[in-house]
Design a protein. Structure first.
Length: 550
């Protein structure tokens, strides 16, 4: 495998980056009436405008050549064909199969997986129906109207984000809670609000051994049994498992028919499309969960069929590669102008940084180029009053994605018009900035004395030339949300292909877990020696134990 930075398109892009240094984004619009169309794509109910990036036509041509040279078209085919592209874990990557409504047959190791997917989905639908109709009740015969999802990582971030995003579609009288942190306060705060007679717990752990999840699950089980008078048979009515470990599940007290499985080709950060989405279906109704899947499927169809030059996820990925590797943007802000998407940036933090936060290529060599950026964000307009100052005038250039819906679910006066005005104004301001001469003219018009103008002018200038994308949908619905999530999944995948990293493992997550298991005995027991720990860790352990024992 030729290192990507040694290929002709990369070298050409490196040359273009040096030649274009100092060129403004605004100047790229001058004399190019087709620029917006050139950098815009529409698919699956989403509209992307990438024209406010410092990318010329020549750069765009070389970016598409880079995608071809990196093998993006073949990589797309390999993924949807069930090839084991997760090479460090010898696994296929087939989350697209979980939401395929084109009746394709997918195979892994020569075995058709579509029948199993359909069977689990049918069982999920039947279970949701039983809960919603009240035929599956709690131990006292009351309907189960509250769901507590216990998971972590993708088993929490995905369902939580979607449930928050689709609040307007929630079924009347239903509540959902999500517990992830092993900090006991998280679970305790939720338990304090619950009625055990009407609560259903979902334990989401593929192996049923995840430390944080199982610690919370066992504590929830203990709380429930205390409230249920020790009736262990009641566990079967109030707990379900999203897992593949039937023995551990049944030992916990959950009956096998209330265990919903998924497969090792479903990565955690892609798992909301699987049985992990049960909490979504219970809150929204199974038909709306399927609408979410269908929205993602629509983006999948575009991704697999559209040529590179017309492909929305590919264009978004290439813009990101340009900004990361040739413009030096180490940080990427995701800024949804929709309060219901307030967990979307956190969701993408895992999706992006866990996928492409790698410094070793598929060939096992150190990368000689930057890979995944730091991702952060908050909903607008809250972020404007927090960190936008740094984005506008800070020393680092931060690439930004602005996301909005043209129509709102909340018809409150002119709220949405004001929200959209900010959604449009911020990218414009980041692109254009404001030079010192304009600042001086404005201050002079306000009657500010010349000496004050000299003192203030530089503080009020904005460099501009900050890259942004805009993603617009008609309205935030299950379908458009599904398409939005899939858009970013495919963008991240394409970037991983170009950077020659495995976007589907997460070995960095495991090291801390191993060390935590080694430290735990030292915190719980008095006679455990600390000689196996570094001096700093040993001192912190001693301090914690001394405080806890006072």
């Amino acid at each position: 495998m030729t290192p990507i930075n040694q290929t002709e398109p990369w070298q050409a892009l490196d040359t273009l980056a040096r030649e274009h240094r100092g060129q403004s984004i605004a100047s790229l619009f001058e004399g190019d009436a087709e620029r917006v169309a050139l950098f815009s794509r529409e698919a699956a109910g989403l509209y992307l405008d990438g024209s406010k990036n410092r990318i010329s036509r020549a750069v765009l041509d070389q970016l598409f050549a880079l995608a071809e040279r990196a093998g993006v078209p073949d990589a797309i085919k390999a993924m949807v064909n069930g090839n084991k592209i997760n090479v460090t874990e010898d696994r296929a990557v087939l989350h697209v199969a979980l939401r395929d409504f084109a009746h394709r047959t997918y195979h892994v190791d020569g075995e058709a997986v579509s029948p199993a997917i359909n069977a689990v989905r049918a069982r999920m639908s039947a279970f949701c129906d039983a809960i919603h109709r009240g035929t599956h009740t709690g131990f006292t015969g009351k309907p189960l109207t509250t769901v507590v999802n216990i998971g972590i990582g993708g088993s929490d971030l995905g369902p939580l984000m979607v449930t928050e995003a689709l609040r307007p579609y929630g079924l009347t009288g239903r509540q959902s809670h999500f517990v992830s942190n092993v900090d006991g306060q998280h679970l305790a705060d939720v338990l304090a609000t619950l009625d055990p007679e009407t609560t259903l717990f979902i334990v989401a752990s593929k192996t049923f051994t995840t430390q944080e999840t199982m610690t919370n699950a066992r504590s929830a089980r203990g709380w429930f049994l205390e409230k249920a008078g020790g009736d262990e048979a009641a566990i079967a009515r109030h707990f379900v498992a999203l897992s593949t470990n039937e023995r551990a599940v049944t030992d916990f007290g959950i009956v096998a028919e209330n265990m919903f499985g998924f497969w090792d080709w479903v990565g955690g950060r892609y798992s909301l499309w699987s049985a992990i989405g049960l909490s979504i279906a219970l809150q929204m109704g199974f038909d709306r969960f399927e609408a979410l899947l269908k929205g993602a499927h629509a983006m999948d169809e575009h991704f697999r069929r559209a040529p590179l030059q017309e492909n929305m996820p590919v264009l978004l990925a290439l813009i990101g590669v340009w900004n990361r590797n040739f413009e030096g943007c180490a940080t990427h802000a995701v800024l949804p102008y929709d309060q219901h998407l307030h967990r979307f940036p956190a969701y993408l933090q895992q999706a992006d940084m866990e996928s492409n936060g790698k410094a070793v290529t598929l060939a096992g060599a150190p990368t000689a180029w930057a890979t995944g950026p730091v991702v952060f964000g908050e909903p607008g307009t809250n972020g404007q009053h927090a960190f936008y100052q740094l984005i506008h005038q800070g020393t680092d250039v931060i690439a930004c994605d602005f996301i909005a819906a043209a129509k709102s679910h909340a018809a409150l006066g002119d709220h949405h018009e004001k929200l959209l005005a900010n959604f449009l104004a911020q990218p414009k301001a980041l692109m254009l900035g404001k030079d010192e001469a304009s600042v001086r003219d404005d201050l002079a018009e306000q009657g500010v004395p010349e000496n004050e103008i000299d003192r203030l002018a530089r503080h009020r200038t904005f460099p501009g030339n900050r890259p942004t994308n805009a993603i617009l949908m008609d309205m935030l619905t299950p379908e458009t949300l599904g398409a939005l999530i899939a858009l970013y999944e495919h963008k991240i995948f394409c970037q991983g292909v170009i950077w020659q990293v495995n976007s589907f493992d997460q070995w960095g997550v495991e090291l801390g877990k191993v060390l935590a298991s080694e430290i735990l005995p030292a915190l719980k027991e008095e006679d455990v020696p600390l000689t196996n720990h570094d001096p700093s860790t040993a001192a912190l352990i001693q301090r914690i134990k001394s405080v806890r024992h006072d």
